[in-house]
Design a protein. Sequence first.
Length: 440
Amino acid sequence: MVAEKITKIGRFFPSSGYKTPILSYPVLLGMAVLLFLYIFRINPNGVWSGDSYDYYNCSYTILNGMPLIARTPVYPLIIAGIRALAGSQLTIKILILVQFLVYLAAAFTLRKIGAKYIGNKRVVFWVCAIYLLLPAFNSVSIQIVTESFSISGVIFFIWFLIKDSPAPPSVKNIVSACILMGILIMLKPIFIYLLPCVLLFFILLWLSHKRNAVRSIAAGFIVTAVVVGGLMYYCNQMQSKYGINQLTIISSINNFALARQAVGVHPELTDNANLKEILLKIERENEENIYIELGNIYYIASIEPAAVAQHVDQLLLLSPWKVLKRIFYRLTVDVSSSRIFDITPFSPISYIDGFLIPNMIVYWVIIAIAITMICKRIRHTSRIPLNSILLLMITLGITIVAIIGAMGEWARLIMPGAPAFLLISGKCFNKIRQQLLKKI
């Protein structure tokens, strides 16, 4: 009886490639909703971190029209907009609901990307199943941070760029992708890495399609230039108000962790009395926990951001070779024990993540396989696999930038690139499976 109802409902959903109704998209959707409701019941007011309180407090001050020292404006504006419509008491609950609904819409879009990119219905189904049912992804909707919108936003960004493939993106879609890129950067500054990715994508698009892509590429360049102009204007406002030429002071604080590990703190380089006092304390006590030191630096940065930004720049230039060595160490040894995806904080479902999510060694292996397949494709067909290169740039770009630019929490910070990684993994699995079947 239940199976018959699922089968009837399944007519409105795409095929999963399986005959049994258990392995179908209606069941997948139902299980995803149930998992969300279970997590929401445990945490009806969301999961908060230090960043969460920053975003929430900023939502009251963002409407003054001035740039924020520690946060870009998109997430605080979303919170402020919900509060204006629904009132303070319901703000967080509605924010969580909105994040989950956008997450489901992104899952639907992920399936469409998979159908176009991977092709195999069953493999696409399991990619969607991981995205919808792995607590690491599902639980992000409950967290009051930018990760939920970041992950979903990247999926929509990918879809705009590959929706028309194998033809080049239409003017409408490439403009939509570039506008969304600007929004993502102002949601989470790490997305600034998308700018070189998009520019390289335009070059590859020209090499692949020549005249057929002229209008789309021109439109993409124009909108990208507008986005860059907007970012420069915002940085100029930060310079005027705080004396720093960057989107937030958080960049300098993260870079302090890298510089501190590479060359030390060097209090003698600064003339600022408050900063020098903190640096002398850090040098004297030599805390093993970098977060304690960063808390002290963040305190000074909130009062005198220009002094902190200037000092961090000096530290990075003090010994570039030592900094490069530290970066290499982070990308290899330091990150090897980190997970590919961030484990959910909710017990007992966190054990599912702990059992299923591998470490970064597996990530690098799959990336190496994908690069090998891309090179073989180019050599054998003389064609540029645009979609594969785009997905590779998206996941690899954020992974490298996060590892270099943050002091830890890499599994959380690289999550926005996870959908691209899932698609690449599905493609690699399908290709290997096809080759094995040919040999049988």
